[in-house]
Design a protein around this ligand. Structure first.
Ligand code: NAI
Length: 326
C-alpha cells in the first residue's frame, strides 16, 4: 500500500529538507511506500523539477512516484495527507491584513480543492504562515472534510521549548514529557512548563526560577524564529521540516502513553478558548485522531498568557471574516 502525500511550496527551503525525509520513510516507517504530490506556482516549477531529479537520484526504496504541478485539483486528487507549506511571505510595507489577504487567496483555493478531490481519510497540516489562520481558512473552505482533520504547526515551538528546558536543567530531551504550547504560532504563543515533567519530576519545580521562565525561556522560544533569521540570514527550514514530520507522524501513529504533543486544532471551548478558533493545545493522538488533554490546572500567570494569544487569534479571525475569506 502507498500513501499519497501532497506538499505545497515544495520547491522552497522547507520543502528541500522535508521531501527527502518523507521519501526516506520518516512519516510512515519502513513498510509503507509513498507517492509524492508536489504543488508549486509556475515560477518555481523549474526549481521543483531540479528537486525531483535529486529525489530520483537518492533511489529511495519507498518512493513510488513523484507528481508535480500547479493545479491543486490534480495534485490533491486522492491524497491521504496534505502538508501545506507554501505561503506568501510578508514583504516590506505589507500590513498584517494584507498578509492575511494574500494568504487567504491561497488557502481558500487549496481548502476548496482538498474538499473536492482529497481521499476520505485526508489529514491536513498547515506549516505556511500565518499558520493558525491559514488552517482556519482552509478548514472553513472545505465543508465536507471534518474540521478535526485540519491542524496548524506549533510543533517547532514545542520542540524549541523542550530543547531549551533540557539545556537549562542539564537533562536529555528524551527525559522531557508533557510540554505545551498554547495559542498562536506567533510571538504571543505561550510555552508552558507548569505541566511538563523531567524524568517524572515536575519541570517548574526542577527549574525553580520564575524569572528564567518569564524573562528567558518564554521570549527565547517565542522569538527563536527571528533569532535564526538574524544568525543564518534566512528563516528556519530544516527544523521546521523536522517539526512538520514530527507533527504528522505523531498525529497518524499516536503520542506515547505518558506524553502529549502541541498541535493547533479547532477549539471545542476547552480551557475557555472560544469555540472554532484554531488554537494550539496539548493533545494526545491515536490512529489519526486527536483529543485535547483535559483537566490541567491553569494558574493565573498561564491564564493571562493563554488569553492574550487567544485574543490575537480572534483578531486574525475577525480580519479574515471581514475580508470574506471565511
Ligand atoms: P520559501 O519561500 O523558501 O518557500 C515557499 C514556497 O512556497 C516557494 O517555493 C513558493 O513558490 C511556494 N508557494 C507560494 N505560493 C504557493 C501556492 N499558492 N501554492 C504552492 N506553492 C506556493 O519558504 P519556506 O522557508 O519554505 O517557508 C514556507 C512557509 O513556512 C512560510 O510561510 C514560513 O513562514 C513558514 N514557516 C512556518 C513555521 C512554523 O513553525 N509553523 C516555521 C518556519 C517557517
Amino acid at each position: 500500500m502507498a500513501m499519497k502525500v501532497a506538499v505545497t511550496g515544495a520547491a522552497g527551503q522547507i520543502g528541500y529538507s522535508l521531501l527527502f525525509r518523507i521519501a526516506a520513510g520518516a512519516l510512515f516507517g519502513p513498510e509503507t511506500c509513498v507517492e509524492l504530490r508536489l504543488l508549486e506556482i509556475p515560477s518555481a516549477i523549474n526549481a521543483l523539477e531540479g528537486v525531483a531529479m535529486e529525489l530520483d537520484d537518492c533511489a529511495f526504496p519507498l518512493l513510488d512516484s513523484i507528481q508535480m504541478g500547479t493545479n491543486a485539483d490534480q495534485i490533491f486528487d486522492g491524497v491521504n495527507l496534505a502538508l501545506l507549506v507554501g505561503a506568501r511571505p510578508r514583504t516590506k510595507d505589507m500590513e498584517r491584513k494584507d498578509l492575511l489577504d494574500a494568504n487567504g487567496a491561497i488557502f481558500t483555493a487549496q481548502g476548496k480543492a482538498l474538499n473536492a478531490v482529497a481521499a476520505d481519510d485526508v489529514r491536513i497540516g498547515v506549516t505556511g504562515n500565518p499558520a493558525n489562520t491559514n488552517a482556519l481558512i482552509a478548514m472553513r473552505n472545505a465543508p465536507d472534510i471534518p474540521a478535526e482533520r485540519f491542524s496548524a504547526l506549533t510543533r517547532l515551538d514545542h520542540n524549541r521549548a523542550v530543547s531549551q528546558l533540557a539545556t537549562k536543567t542539564g537533562s536529555r530531551v528524551s527525559d522531557i514529557r508533557k510540554m505545551t504550547i498554547w495559542g498562536n504560532h506567533s510571538a504571543t504563543q505561550y510555552p508552558d512548563i507548569f505541566h511538563a515533567e523531567i524524568a517524572g519530576r515536575h519541570a517548574a519545580e526542577v527549574v525553580n526560577d520564575q524569572q528564567w521562565i518569564e524573562q528567558y525561556f518564554i521570549p527565547t522560544v517565542a522569538h527563536r524564529g527571528s533569532a535564526i533569521i538574524e544568525a543564518r540570514g534566512s528563516s528556519s527550514a530544516a527544523s521546521a521540516a523536522s517539526a512538520t514530520i514530527d507533527a504528522a507522524r505523531d498525529w497518524l501513529s499516536g503520542t506515547p502513553d505518558d506524553d502529549w504533543a502541541s498541535m493547533a486544532v479547532v477549539s471545542d471551548g476547552s480551557y475557555g478558548i472560544a469555540e472554532g478558533l484554531m488554537y494550539s493545545f496539548p493533545v494526545t493522538t491515536k490512529h489519526g485522531n486527536w483529543e485535547i488533554v483535559q483537566g490541567l490546572e491553569i494558574n493565573d500567570f498561564s491564564r493571562a498568557k493563554m488569553d492574550a494569544t487567544a485574543a490575537e487569534l480572534v483578531q486574525e479571525r475577525d480580519m479574515v471574516t471581514e475580508l470574506g475569506l471565511i
